[in-house]
Design a protein around this ligand. Structure first.
Ligand code: UD1
Ligand code: MG
Length: 452
């Protein structure tokens, strides 16, 4: 089948008023990726080499976004919203190039499983003219009903056009269709708009194709595949389903999730086997975790790379550009941004490391801060191999601490420190015997005099 050419036409003109949002509906995200991008990914995974995105009038925002998640896709504008068949025809130029298979998908139906699309394409390869991906539900209200006769699909009836008898049908149109490329334009052009909504219904191609003696069939997929998003409650529902699928996949690939329902992945999270993730961990986009790492509870990680056998958290924040090499450790209440933590280095408590390198085996004491920003520009801190930074030190960048450098606790370091040097950057301590007692007595008698 892989030799068969395939175009996916994705209807992404959703206006999204029920999202109550300034953002077009299909750009709302699931797992950190616009929902329409999930649809594009599924189409690609099912072998659709080319994509046609049908967007609404004036949808510049959509076009711009599409260059990121589907740079190869062509965009077509449906000027007026006259129905789903009319929308597909906006991509006429792409369809008429001649493909073996045309997949029609909705941009607001992000959980479509590529396997369901692959099954539909197989049916086309076996000679079907139209394949509809259906699902069964106890509550079919609002969906187009699949009307079958003798195992063949003969029509799809939209809710508003259904007879009372037809309304009882629980086999519904999921909104995804595969059409033989050689028939697609002919079928779409034959669609009229004589129905309750006065729209050109894509679903009418079923009756037309069946009337022409083409083989028209329905395949069945789970309801999740057809879950259409119209408001933010459904968006959250889809997110939940996506996360559940991803957690299972992670666990089956060898990752331990102690409380899976509290761990959140992004669309592109990579995580190696034998890594253990404790409860309440968030993975934002761009995270790569190797094998055998421990991600302790309540850590927030995005844009970060964590090598094997690292230890992160609890309560750690790894921001974009954090790059932990093997066996590095970033402990509780630490933040790391745009910094390499070399092999075996330890950043254990209450520390900020930003725009920096921490050399192999270095030890960063509690409360260390790299002062990387003067309000205008960012500056780099380089900490050498095996260096020791005493607790509560401020390293004012740009600054270099040499290999084996030793910084006294509480220092403010503004000048670079050579290899193996000891640096103090704090006021010298003065201790006056008996002075504490004397002060206390003086303050107590002053307070007593006031009360009188
Ligand atoms: C559609 C199907 C219905 C199916 C249901 C599944 C039709 C006629 N009906 O109904 O059988 O059960 O999906 O969710 O296809 N769109 C455009 N331009 C238009 C109209 C729609 O781009 O002129 C886009 C919408 O943005 C949306 C998709 O097409 O992404 C489906 O349209 P929608 O109005 O949601 O159709 P439903 O009534 O849900
Ligand atoms: Mg819909």
């Amino acid at each position: 089948m892989s030799q068969r050419s395939c175009l996916s036409v994705i209807l992404a003109a959703g206006e999204g008023t029920r999202m109550k949002s300034a953002l077009p509906k299909v750009l709302h995200q699931i797992a950190g990726l616009p929902m329409v991008a999930h649809v594009v990914k599924a189409a690609e995974a099912a072998g659709a080499g080319d994509q046609a995105l049908v967007i609404g009038h004036g949808a510049e925002e959509m076009r711009k976004a599409a260059t990121k998640f589907a740079p190869k896709a062509e965009t077509f504008v449906q000027e007026k919203r006259l129905g789903t068949a009319h929308a597909v025809l906006a991509a006429r130029d792409a369809i008429s190039r001649g493909y073996d298979d045309v997949l029609v998908m909705f941009g607001d139906t992000p959980l479509i499983d590529p396997d369901a699309l692959t099954v539909a394409r197989l049916k086309l390869a076996e000679g079907a003219g139209v394949v509809v991906i259906g699902f069964r539900t106890a509550n079919p209200t609002g969906y187009g009903r699949l009307i079958e006769k003798g195992g063949k699909l003969v029509a799809i009836r939209e809710e508003k056009d259904c007879s009372d008898e037809e309304k009882k049908i629980t086999f519904c149109n999921g909104g995804l269709m595969a059409v033989a490329g050689s028939q697609a334009l002919k079928l779409l052009e034959a669609v009229g708009n004589k129905n309750a909504k006065g729209e050109y219904y894509l679903t009418d191609i079923v009756e037309i194709a069946s009337g022409q003696g083409l083989d028209v069939i329905a395949t069945e997929a789970s309801f999740e595949n057809a879950l259409g998003i119209n408001n933010r409650a459904e968006l959250a529902e889809a997110e939940g389903i996506w996360q559940r699928r991803r957690r299972r996949e992670a666990m089956l690939s060898g990752v331990t999730l102690i409380a899976p329902e509290t761990v959140f992945f992004s669309h592109d999270t990579e995580i190696g086997a034998d890594t253990i993730v404790e409860p309440n961990v968030w993975f934002g986009p761009g995270v790569k975790i190797a094998t055998g790492a421990k991600i302790h509870a309540f850590s927030h990680i995005e844009g970060a790379t964590v090598a094997s056998n690292c230890d992160v958290g609890p309560f750690a924040r790894l921001r974009p550009g954090a790059d932990l090499k093997q066996k590095a450790k970033v402990g509780n209440f630490c933040e790391v941004k745009q910094a390499v933590i070399e092999e075996g280095a330890k950043v254990n408590h209450l520390t900020y490391i930003g725009d920096a390198r921490v050399g192999a085996g270095a030890n960063i004491g509690a409360g260390t801060i790299t002062c990387n920003y003067d309000g205008y520009s960012k500056f780099f801190t380089d900490i050498g191999e095996g260096a020791f930074i005493g607790s509560n030190s401020s390293l004012v960048a740009p600054v270099t601490i040499g290999n084996g450098g030793y910084i006294a606790s509480g220092s403010v370091i503004t000048e670079s420190v050579p290899d193996d040097a000891l640096a103090f950057g704090r006021a010298r301590q003065k201790t006056i015997p008996g002075k504490g007692k004397e002060l206390r007595e003086r303050f107590a008698s002053a307070a007593a005099a006031k009360k009188k």
